[in-house]
Write a protein of this length. Structure first.
Lengths: 289, 256
């Protein structure tokens, strides 16, 4: 019964009566080699960065128990069905989410890439986390001032944020590429329905007769991302995003002269969910400044 | 009006084209200048001063001074060059209207030549020549056809005025001056006011000379999924006298 109460407090959703002590047995086996205590750095998303458009990251630290088996130690007896897929695998009974970080006692940092929950029948056993090593964590470098030449992604972001309609699309954001944290976190925790993601451009210089470039022709990929919600059909929202993008380009083609080149469907099925996505290529020509 | 203070000489207009100040004796303060009243020119509107000069040797010095309603500005300090030199300056705006210009010949005997002094609204730098630039200094060979002759008689009739054609990409870069309504408006200004402005100074990056703007053409092209705004300009060499008075290097400003 003590185990049951401990389990309830520890796991948050453990149901009394179905608790099994498999995790304790597993932890006990590994604790004879090493301490299982690690620092769990839970990813929290703050306000949006004014340049990239993505949410700034912060971490909330707690101590948890996790068995970390690196690829080099994969001869260790792991539970059935558990493999070291990436740099290491982490086994824990504590809540851990994709994008979180794990700091070991020896100051090694891992990022949690995926989390799979293992059950025996309807009773929870442990979480299996694929971990990638972060070799450059906490490295610092020189101080650089931002370039005075604007990033093609930033120019496009400002353009879209200026003209996209909040009425047509109430909960959207415009941001650079893909964030360095799971997109699902944005949909789940930030109340965002739609993301206009601006990728890295392809650039070709425009040349003067004296061999100096006077500008660049840039092909900027804009990808929309959305999901189904209780009251939103993702496929409809995706089309609404496209019509809004077309309207902006039809009504505001000037400045840097912009044209939409092509669209490519990019829907992705991720297990039980569909990430609705379309990639558009926006062409524009700009000066060198 | 001329003023002599130690330097004694005279000025003439050579080849109906440029000023020549000839100093025949030099003593005392060794200063000579000519000046002309140009009315009241606002340096806030006409902001830029361009000039081109050369000297017969390095002893005699050229110098240019702008005289305002309340004060002077030295545009070119005493200097010499035996080849043509072009320069520019921004006029002071805190001395009232520009009223006179003084051209000097100081320090020694000899000659100072002033090709032009030009007070203008500014220098417009082409943001690009994205659709190319052609400089054409043509020859004028007459081909005389003679009945029953096999082949023509050719006769060289001299070198006609050079032309420069430029294709500009109006979609890239800032083609508006402050207060302009449309891209490339400066060329409408030049074309419209060409009846009072005999020439513009054209610098292609390789050649420099006086030129008139012949044919500005604003083209708006559309082709399928692309559209372009192109400005095509044709400039023609301007001169009051035969270029035979100059070398080809001087004529086309190749060394400026």
């Amino acid at each position: 019964m003590n185990k049951a109460v401990l389990g309830y407090c520890h796991l948050g959703y453990f149901r009394l009566g179905v608790y099994r002590d498999d995790w304790d047995k597993l932890a006990k086996k590994f604790s004879s080699f090493t301490s299982l205590n690690v620092t769990h750095r839970r990813l929290m998303l703050g306000s949006r960065d004014s340049t990239t458009g993505w949410y700034t990251k912060s971490y909330e630290e707690t101590t948890i128990e996790m068995i970390i088996v690196s690829r080099a130690a994969s001869h260790m007896p792991l539970p059935p069905g558990v493999y070291v897929r990436l740099d290491a695998v982490g086994l824990t009974a504590d809540p851990v989410y994709e994008g979180d970080e794990i700091k070991t006692a020896s100051d090694q940092y891992y990022q949690v890439e995926t989390v799979r929950e293992h059950y025996f029948g309807d009773s929870f056993f442990f979480r299996e986390c694929d971990l990638t090593l972060l070799p450059f964590k906490n490295l610092s470098g020189g101080t650089y001032s931002a370039s005075s030449v604007e990033d093609a992604r930033y120019r496009t972001k400002v353009y879209l944020e200026t003209y996209l309609s909040d009425t047509a699309l109430p909960n959207y954001i415009v941001a650079y590429g893909k964030p360095d944290y799971p997109m699902t976190k944005v949909f789940k925790t930030k109340g965002v329905d739609l993301v206009f993601s601006i990728g890295e451009p392809e650039s070709t210089p425009l040349m003067n007769p004296d061999y100096t470039p006077y500008g660049y022709e840039e092909h900027v990929p804009i990808t929309t991302f959305c999901i189904d919600r209780d009251n939103i059909e993702g496929t409809k929202l995706k089309w609404q995003a496209e019509t809004e993008l077309r309207r902006v380009l039809e009504e505001h083609p000037l400045g840097s002269v912009r044209t939409l080149d092509r669209r490519r469907d990019n829907d992705t099925r991720l297990g039980s969910i569909i990430l609705y996505s379309t990639e558009y290529i926006l062409n524009y020509r700009r000066g060198t400044a | 009006m001329e003023s002599e203070d130690g330097n004694v000489g005279s000025f003439t207009c050579e080849h109906d084209d440029y000023f020549k100040i000839n100093i025949t004796s030099s003593s005392g303060n060794k200063t000579y200048y000519i000046e002309d009243n140009i009315g009241y020119v606002s340096p806030s509107v006409y902001t830029t001063f361009l000039y081109r000069y050369k000297t017969s040797d390095t002893n005699i010095k050229a110098k240019i001074v702008a005289v305002f309603a309340s004060g002077n500005q030295t545009i070119l300090s005493e200097t010499s060059s035996t080849t043509w030199v072009k320069g520019s300056a921004t006029l002071d705006t805190d001395k009232g209207s520009l009223t006179r210009i003084r051209l000097y010949a100081n320090q020694a005997t000899g000659q100072v030549y002033y090709d032009f002094v030009l007070v203008c609204k500014g220098i417009f730098t082409f943001p690009n020549c994205g659709y190319g630039l052609e400089f054409t200094p043509p020859a004028r060979y007459a081909m005389l056809e003679i009945p029953a002759r096999v082949g023509d008689i050719t006769q060289n009739l001299g070198s006609p005025s050079a032309t420069v054609t430029i294709g500009c990409d109006l979609d890239v870069g800032d083609w508006k001056r402050s207060g302009d309504y449309v891209d490339g408006e400066v060329f409408l200004d030049i074309a419209h006011n060409s009846y009072t402005e005999p020439w513009q100074w054209l610098d292609t990056g390789t050649e420099q000379f006086k030129a008139t703007l012949d044919t500005p053409v604003f083209r708006r092209e559309a082709d399928g999924n692309s559209a372009r705004r192109i400005l095509e300009l044709t400039f023609r060499e301007y001169r009051r006298s035969s270029a035979s008075n100059e070398s080809y290097v001087e004529r086309f400003g190749l060394n400026l």
